[in-house]
Design a binder for this molecule. Structure first.
Ligand code: MN
Length: 249
């Protein structure tokens, strides 16, 4: 099995290296990752400047682009052999509920799915993780399991792992995405010349985070696995919209 690994925290991230270590017994692992932290990059492609890919001494291919660039490049021409699977992560910090809209980790997996491959995004609950091996082990279990089960062609698995020792996990739960309250306000500070500068504030607190959600699973010590899809059409709204449009003067 050829496994393509990418992330959004950049090529030096301990989570990326932990994932590569954990998956290497399962197949041939290729790592293509951004040259810096691109968290929050979502599904952006770089179209205004050329993209360069450089193979480092440790074998990692470093790209001056987004997570989506990395996976796009890897699958559409950079690699000699097309991968069988894309795994993104291990992101430092969870990707829960509405986070997936902004996440570069989820975007890397999404790009793999767009280009026809099974894809998994893996995040660990802490921004300063102590137990990356736990998340690595869970990623390996899921990847090994995928050899027996075919994921639906439109499904991406969004995995969040508590930052605890492996034996402290309560299990693996299938969950739905919860929701957050709206984001905190932007921070405004002044530069030395008195001009305003802004820093995007943190995501909002949990809102819809009850039983069955990814928030709840993670909070109660479970590994959360959410099947997500890209179809953004709100199918239920089509009939009413059609009627409204038909009646427009
Ligand atoms: Mn990140």
């Amino acid at each position: 099995m050829n496994i393509l690994i990418s992330n959004d925290d950049g090529y030096r991230s301990p989570g990326l290296h932990a994932l590569a270590r954990a998956l290497s017994p399962l197949g041939r692992v290729t790592v293509v990752a951004p040259d810096r932290d691109r968290s929050g990059a979502s599904n952006s492609l770089t179209l205004d400047v050329p993209i360069r890919a450089e193979r480092l001494e440790n074998g990692i291919i470093r790209v001056n682009g987004t997570p989506t660039d990395c996976v796009h490049l890897a699958i559409t021409g950079l690699l000699d052999e097309e991968p069988d699977l894309v795994v993104a992560g291990i992101n430092h910090g969870p990707n829960l509920g509405d986070d997936v809209i902004y996440s570069g980790t989820v975007a890397a997996a999404t790009e793999g799915r767009f280009l026809g491959l099974p894809a998994i995004a893996v995040s660990i609950a802490s921004h300063q993780p102590q137990h990356l091996r736990t998340a690595g082990a869970m990623a390996a279990r899921l990847v090994a399991g995928l050899r027996d089960v075919q994921l639906s062609a439109s499904t991406i698995l969004n995995v969040n792992v508590p930052d605890v020792p492996l034996e402290a996990l309560r299990g693996i739960a299938a969950t739905r995405l919860g929701h957050r309250h709206k984001a905190e306000a932007v921070s405004r500070i002044e530069d030395p010349r008195g001009r305003p500068m802004y820093w995007i504030g943190p995501a909002g607190p949990e809102q819809d985070a009850g039983e069955g959600t990814d928030f709840h699973a993670l909070r109660t010590g479970w590994v959360s696995v959410t099947p997500i899809q890209i179809d953004l059409t709100r199918h239920g709204a089509l009939p009413a919209l059609g009627q409204w449009l038909g009646a427009l003067p």
